[in-house]
Design a binder for this molecule. Structure first.
Ligand code: SF4
Length: 232
């Protein structure tokens, strides 16, 4: 039986907007069925996760492994900042924008994971470590803040950043609680379209060079309308 709604995250919505068919095969189709195509992590993703884990441990007090020693300065900036620190913080809201458990499978409607969060009174910082090339996607930071305003009612302003580790730079955005309705409105029409697709079980292919090049459906040759050959 189809659940009442399809839970979403920044990456899930982004995949839907790039190509509904890709989302269906990789995240909606039931595991174990032939139409389900599992995502395969690239080496770059595995490397990024390793750095994420090392920085998470560092913020909790463990030393960085020698091969990641160059990130000590970045970790120190976070450690020296005033406020309560959280790492790999998993948050979820239900459809009424009320915080719920990340693994409340029947309730959680939208989910985020903060690599690093620092809450200091009425100000907060939400960050995402990035190990690859600079490719800012403001929507994720916007969703970080929108969910954060519900989780931390005392916070009036969120500073958010992508932290480009290999480049020694950040991409920053600041959001204020007064913007909260507008922040949600940037997502809700697309989320609603995704829910309509889900209820109708309608997942059209929308080929494009950018989406198809790294698409798992294309990787296994299960898409007859791919715009380009799989690039992995
Ligand atoms: S190969 Fe392209 S059109 Fe086909 S499912 Fe993937 S992204 Fe969509």
């Amino acid at each position: 039986m189809t659940a009442l709604f399809l839970p979403w995250s920044h990456s899930r919505l982004k995949t839907y907007l790039a190509c509904p068919k890709q989302l269906y095969h990789t995240q909606v189709a039931e595991r174990g069925r032939p139409e389900r195509i599992e995502f395969v992590q690239t080496q770059a993703m595995k490397d990024g996760n390793e750095i994420d884990e090392a920085l998470t441990a560092r913020i909790s007090g463990a030393p960085l492994p020698p091969k990641f020693a160059q990130w000590e300065g970045v970790a120190q900036v976070v450690l020296d900042a005033p406020g309560i620190k959280f790492t790999q913080m998993k948050l979820a809201l239900d459809q009424a924008f009320t915080p719920c458990g990340y693994t409340d499978w029947d309730k959680a409607w939208v989910r985020v994971i903060y690599d690093i969060a620092v809450i200091d009174g009425d100000r907060g910082f939400l960050g995402d470590w990035k190990n690859g090339m600079i490719w800012p996607d403001e929507a994720q930071l916007r969703l970080f803040a929108a969910v954060g305003f519900h989780q931390f009612p005392e916070v009036e302003t969120f500073h958010t950043s992508y932290i480009w580790l290999k480049h020694g730079s950040t991409s920053d955005n600041t959001y204020h609680r007064t913007e909260l309705p507008d922040l949600w409105q940037t997502f809700l029409p697309d989320v609603e379209r995704m829910q309509v697709s889900y209820q109708a079980d309608h997942w059209p292919a929308t080929p494009s060079k950018q989406a198809c090049k790294w698409c798992a459906v294309n990787r296994v040759g299960a898409c007859s309308v791919a715009a380009v050959r799989f690039g992995g």
